[in-house]
Design a protein. Structure first.
Lengths: 215, 826
């Protein structure tokens, strides 16, 4: 399920798998993959199961479902240096080689100091912002002169208050006046509650639905 | 201790005996002290308990002192001989002082040292070379010391361990940590003597077993026979017949202030930190001339502020201190001659403990005056008094084999020079907590700390604890360091420091409260009204203001449910009232309420469970009064609603308090007395309770503690660099990952069990259902809400509307009912 919105005159689908799809350009946009995060924990002796496989599988599904021919990653491809294990490098390489037709652009995020991507991805790496139509892809949610910014970094979630002092924190798309922040796509990534302004639009992800909520 | 007329002893040619030393202070040893000394000499271990009073410290200490005096004198301090474990690091310095006091006079060349999380690094470095003869520490610091490879040598001369305030540790994972440390120390020293100091508990046998280990002999010694405890109440001048929770609160302020005036120095206990702040502000507003002579004390205040308050209390310069359970424990404040309890104490032992904080002057009684915040709480005061007279005091149930603590212990043991599995398993099973640990559970935990468990089979590079020849060790220095930094089982909610813009530290509030503050919000804290400026770098920056507060900080874990012992005593009070026996000033004051309750409905006897049905504009209400405490009622309400809705689809709104619970539905609730018994049947109880309560969501929250103790989640460490930040993940995330990859992970199972035990007091709930099953269900159809029902109606409303409007609305409703009760009486 997804919610279709209009952003800078373009139709954008906010998807419950925590990606955004831009049909006119056949572009799938995701933020904060944090590959190798579980491996980073394991390297430090903390027992976390799971790896890259589920994030890669979800990414593949999203590409298939939308029919996107282009993938934009808004930074934090990696989690940390110690998570770049040989196993992950080969998983990522295999995944990329299976999709030669997909055009990929990875904007560098702060976690990407961890190191370079596998060889197969090296052509996809962008060290600066990428301008594309009305939009600018960058990692940090800071406004730009060039266009409307699509960013990640925050892993935004929105806290809802229900009856009986119940609260619920859900990952969200946070659309501001000049910057939109996408939820973190990676499987083993946390969230941080954000406090949107009154003019912002917020779409929370509740299971398989994307629901607009009053900010 | 008993005072004798002071005698002036002639300077003795030899050091005085212990008895002479005590006599010089006007003390005579109590019989129980002599009993412990003799038992210690005979090599025994044991538990010294008393409800209140002093003398326990020297009872436990002088056994070892007398033993040393009988030996040839030594010129230099001998190695560690007496280990003193205390739950509160705040107590450790005072304890060390009382342990130090007699040494010089008795001619013992012992040194006394302290080790807690606050101990400066210079002292730690000295202790790494040599431990003092008498060593005061916390369970966490002890556990940490035991992770060092030279622990066995360091503790080689140990003869005596004293565990202070054992009742405080017993019911928690800290108690399990202590049990494991004691098992290790006994393995070092088979002849080790262990003595516990405890408040009187309903289950002393269990407390003893956990202390000395199952199957080992221990002597139970009853300490200082308590002074009589006087419990009284401040009665409201008029009694509303329709009481609702909390609203009475400050209306009794003038009476409280007048009573404080009569006393020299008073402690005013409240049940929550936020009440402490509001009562402090209210008393100060009533008596501005007390400024500087009154103070407040709770666990979120800055340590230096708390130390100051404690010092002033001891010096007798304070007229009153408003406080929470933060002052339940610890050394005596001799000048305190009166104790107040705001709101129901909710437990018998708790009230006794607090009462015992007063009356340390010779010849005085301990006196506690209860101030009800809801008129029905008067019945709880009467019940508590009766329970004290009958000696019915709550027990503390120890925690059973928590696997997160065991996982931590395995890593600690691997650090301490490594372990052989069979030996460690045998040692662990000598504790009460793990005596029933199965081979399967042991194997799971061992696998978890070595290979990361079943789900990490695919990642052979993972290692935390590894096998080196026949011993399991920690080879990675990073893992060792991180483990040492996170030893322990105390998890506190994420808190945020409160500081003045100029820099002064005030204490902490919870992050969730801080996150909701807006610039300009004003809240009472640390006895001042503060204006919120901004939240920056995990700190709430504030400035003082003279304008009134706009919001009150809340700390979680505030409300305690009525204890089992007090709930039983309360049912007897109502039984007495139902039989026309109204005794004592509190129950007399409650007569008007009980009369209406009897007229419109019924005051239940002990063998009855009252159920009321009522139809209002809000819908169809079902009220059930088991009198079993709020947590049990929350569980029963959810269970009843769940089972009802499975019989027929129906939506309910729930409310619960310490006396009963309420179900409301837009449709009629079709149930009779036997139907209700069927709804509260014992079959499939665990499954239905779990299903009725979104147990997953609750377990996810409980997993926070489990993941932290088991070493999955890193506590936020000070000065942690980027590496630590890369290792931050919330426990909820871990819970999801494990549920996906490793659903049989025993830590998940444990989190679910802990939710049932702690959030719902599941075993109490099961017993309550058995009692209801054996009782007679009395169903009454109401025309108007009864006095028992009214607080539940209001509680439910509270969830829906904002508090100020609520107050008006509730007042109107109460006035309408009051009129109706009046008309009928005429």
């Amino acid at each position: 399920m997804s919610a279709a919105i209009e952003l800078c005159g373009e139709r954008i689908e906010l998807r419950a798998d925590r990606s955004a799809f831009w049909p006119r350009r056949q572009t799938l946009i995701v933020a904060d993959l944090h590959f190798g995060k579980a491996d980073t924990f394991r390297a430090e002796g903390i027992a976390v199961p799971g790896g890259t496989a589920s994030t890669l599988a979800r990414l593949a599904t999203a590409l298939d479902r939308t029919g996107a021919t282009r993938l934009v990653v808004l930074g934090d491809f990696w989690h940390a240096r110690s998570g770049r294990t040989p196993g992950i490098m080969s998983e990522l390489t295999d995944w990329r080689i299976e999709r030669p037709e997909v055009q990929i652009e990875v904007v560098k995020g702060n976690h990407d100091r961890a190191g370079l991507p596998p060889e197969a991805w090296s052509g996809d790496w962008r060290s600066d912002d990428v301008a594309d139509g009305p939009f600018v892809y960058r990692h940090h949610p800071e406004s730009s002169e060039v266009g409307y910014v699509l960013a990640g970094h925050l892993h935004p979630a929105f806290r809802l208050f229900g009856a009986g002092r119940q609260t619920l924190s859900l990952p969200c798309f946070w659309l501001g006046i000049r910057v939109a922040v996408l939820p973190a796509f990676g499987s083993f990534t946390g969230t941080a509650n954000v406090r949107p302004g009154v003019e912002d639009r917020v779409y929370v992800i509740a299971d398989d639905e994307v629901i607009p909520v009053p900010a | 201790m008993k005072r004798r007329p002071p005698i002036a002893p002639a300077a003795p040619p030899h050091p005085p005996t212990v008895e002479q030393w005590m006599a010089a202070r006007g003390w005579t040893p109590f019989a129980f002290q002599r009993e412990v000394w003799a038992a210690y000499r005979a090599g025994e271990s044991g538990l010294i308990h008393s409800a209140t009073g002093t003398g326990k410290t020297y009872a436990a200490y002088f056994g070892a002192v007398l033993e040393a005096l009988a030996e040839p004198p030594q010129a230099a301090p001998p190695p560690l001989r007496v280990l003193w474990v205390t739950p509160l690091r705040a107590l450790s310095n005072d304890t060390a002082m009382s342990l130090q006091a007699p040494l010089a006079a008795l001619g013992l060349a012992w040194d006394v040292g302290v080790r807690t999380g606050d101990t400066p690094s210079a002292a730690r470095a000295r202790q790494r070379k040599r431990l003092p003869t008498v060593f005061v520490t916390t369970p966490e610091s002890l556990t940490l010391l035991l992770t060092h490879a030279d622990a066995r040598e360091k503790f080689a001369g140990l003869r005596c361990v004293v565990v202070d305030e054992w009742h405080e540790l017993l019911g928690s994972k800290r108690g399990v940590l202590t049990e494991l440390a004691l098992a290790r120390l006994r393995a070092f020293q088979p002849g080790l003597r262990v003595w516990g100091l405890s408040a009187t508990l309903g289950n002393l046998d269990t407390a003893m077993e956990a202390l000395v280990g199952p199957g080992r002999p221990g002597r139970t010694v009853r300490g200082h026979v308590p002074k009589p405890v006087a419990v009284d109440s401040i009665l409201p001048p008029t009694v509303e017949r329709f009481p609702w929770a909390g609203h009475l609160g400050l209306t009794l302020l003038p009476q409280v202030v007048a009573a404080v005036e009569e006393s020299r120095s008073a402690l005013i206990f409240t049940n929550t930190r936020s009440h402490t702040e509001t009562w402090y502000q209210a008393i100060l507003a009533a008596r501005p001339d007390w400024a500087g002579r009154m103070a407040l004390h709770h666990g979120s205040l800055d340590r230096t502020a708390r130390d100051w308050v404690e010092d002033q209390l001891r010096a007798g310069t304070l007229r009153c201190v408003v406080c929470t359970s933060s002052l339940d424990l610890g050394v005596d404040f001799a000048p305190v001659d009166r104790v107040f309890q705001i709101g129901s104490p909710k437990g018998v032992a708790r009230l006794l403990q607090r009462a015992g904080r007063s009356g340390h002057q010779p010849g005085t009684t301990s006196r506690v005056t209860c101030v009800p915040t809801n008129v029905l709480e008067l019945a709880e005061v009467a019940a508590a008094r009766a329970a004290i007279a009958a000696g019915e005091i709550e027990g503390r149930e120890p925690v059973g084999k928590p696997l997160d603590v065991l996982a931590q212990h395995l890593v600690s043991s691997a650090l301490a020079g490594g372990f052989r599995p069979a030996e460690l398993l045998a040692e662990v099973r000598t504790t009460r907590a793990y005596q029933t640990l199965t081979d399967g559970e042991w194997a799971w935990v061992l696998d978890f700390v070595t290979r990361g468990g079943e789900s990490l089979r695919a990642y052979p590079e993972f290692r935390r604890v590894e096998l080196d020849a026949d011993r399991y060790v920690v080879a990675d220095a990073k893992i060792a360091r991180r483990h040492r930094q996170s030893v322990g089982t105390i998890t506190s909610d994420a808190s945020t420091e409160v500081r003045f813009l100029r820099g002064g530290r005030l204490g902490t509030v919870e992050e969730s409260f801080a996150a909701r503050l807006k610039a300009g919000d004003r809240f009472p804290f640390a006895g001042r009204v503060l204006e919120f400026v901004r939240l920056y770098q995990m700190t709430v920056w504030v400035r003082r203001t003279v304008r009134p507060a706009t919001t009150v900080p809340r700390w979680s874990g505030g409300r305690l449910p009525l204890s089992g012992a007090l709930a039983a005593a309360l049912r007897r009070q109502f039984d007495g009232a139902a039989r026309g026996r109204t005794e004592g000033p509190e129950m007399m004051a409650l007569r008007p309420i009980l009369d209406v309750q009897a007229r419109w409905s019924r005051v239940p006897r002990s063998h009855e469970v009252l159920v009321e049905q009522l139809t209002t504009r809000a819908g169809h209400h079902l009220f059930v009064y088991p009198f079993e405490g709020r947590l049990v009622h929350e569980g029963l309400a959810a269970l009843t609603a769940y089972r009802l809705s499975r019989l027929r689809p129906q939506t309910f709104t729930l409310a619960a308090n310490d006396y009963g619970f309420e179900l409301v539905s837009p449709d009629p609730i079709d149930v009779d007395a036997s139907g209700l018994k069927f709804l509260l049947r014992t079959e499939e109880l665990t499954d239905d309770v779990a299903a009725s309560l979104n147990a997953t969501e609750l377990a996810k929250r409980q997993f926070r503690e489990v993941a932290r103790v088991a070493g999955l989640v890193n506590p936020g460490l000070p000065h942690a660099g980027r590496t630590a930040r890369q290792l931050q993940a919330s426990s909820g995330l871990f819970y999801d990952v494990f549920r996906e990859y490793d659903p049989d992970n025993l830590l998940l199972v444990q989190a679910r069990r802990e939710v049932l035990d702690r959030q719902l007091e599941f075993s109490r709930l099961a017993r309550a259902i058995e009692r209801i099953d054996a009782s007679e269900v009395v169903l009454v159809r109401l025309r108007h809400p009864s006095p028992f029902a009214f607080p539940l109606l209001v509680d439910r409303l509270r969830e829906a509307v904002s508090s100020e409007k609520l107050a008006d609305r509730v007042k109107r409703m109460a006035a309408a009912l009051e009129r109706r009760a009046g008309e009928q009486a005429e």
